[in-house]
Design a binder for this molecule. Sequence first.
Ligand code: UD1
Length: 430
Amino acid sequence: MDKIRIVGGNQLSGQIAISGSKNSSLPIMVASLLTDQKIVLDNIPDLTDIKTLIRILKDLGSDISYSESDKQLSSIRQLNRRVNICSKNLVSNQANYEHLSKMRAGFLVIGPLLARTGYAKVSMPGGCAIGTRPVDIHLTGLRKLGAEITIEEGYVIAKAKNGLIGNLIKLSKPSVGATQNLIMAAVLAKGETSIVNASIEPETSDLISCIKKMGVQIEVRENNNILIQGTKNITGASHKIMADRIEAGTYAIAGCMTGGRLELTNFDPNLLEKPFEILRDIGCSIKVNKNSVIIEKLVSDLQPIKITTEPYPGFPTDLQAQFMALLTQVPGTSVINERIFENRFMHVQELVRMGANINLDGDKAIINGRTDLIGAPVMATDLRASVSLVLAALCARGETIINRVYHLDRGFEDLEKKISNCGGIIERIK
Ligand code: UD1
């Protein structure tokens, strides 16, 4: 199994072009199941989660082709990966454990598959070990649309012989996946569906924008209410996937931690308003341009801070682990309150092994800085936790070996290349 070796201490300076968003690509690729016409998607990142979803869709009968072309972005050349998907001839309505155990987002196929074929059998999902992560909100919503649901031998079996019927669905939590699943199911349901307390994460907005191009009427109203007009006339569409705001936030933190001058390009800085506000409060300089930012560590006496993870536009849980790595370098006591997932502190033990002083108290992590970090062999348990160890390693003394690199490959495109181009010492050991 591959490992990553990092020797810390170098400043990161230079330019990094942000890749297409994983969390936006996945639901939008699934939305291709809603139509028998072709969907063309640009800016798809080269990640194992994308490959896993391609396998799930191919097993269902989707015809998928893939092409690459160069695109010039300011002074950086980057590949544009285009995926063409045509789900005209579905051959199965079952998604297996083999793939769903690797990636929770595969569960999103249940909504569109059920709506299109009247039947779906989908394995209960796996994915990152960051809590129990049930699918009850997805299932309650599908039942509201008229689905009959049973759970047998680890599979969810959903039936709607006479099709789904639009309804009012109030989510008990603004679950991102449940909102996306239910939007897709409601698109093919008869009549209007209103999803109340929905996720309005930018990735959900990107899904909505693609589905609108497919000819569907969807409106996001006040109070996180999404209104969908069901239709059978769904066309093909071309769509460019939004840039990955979590990747951008992660490299912004890398810039702050290593003290270089890093320019992040090709993304919308407005989507990181809250994390950038926090970075400024800590003492970093962030110069925001239209599609790029320049990051520098501003002062040596950084300020401690309190952070609470919340649904968008609040502080994203997917940047929590990375901020924790940064806060080990900030003098004083900082507190992170994790409110989205109940068990998303698996990186704490590994950061402590590198010299951090962090105590856990229920859903809070108390970080006492600043401590010298020292390189060590570490192991990551989930995607964002893994990259927090990369950040810690970049400013640690000596060598860090990161095991279980497959987590990073699920979500960070060209990680080693992007970091080493900016002066970091990082290599993959096969
Ligand atoms: C998505 C993102 C993930 C991010 C998360 C929160 C993708 C592929 N993944 O995951 O990177 O960390 O949003 O922003 O987009 N919950 C239930 N019942 C359900 C569904 C969720 O109790 O049926 C709970 C979860 O356990 C969790 C919380 O709701 O505590 C939020 O989960 P959710 O928003 O659904 O996250 P995902 O869609 O899985």
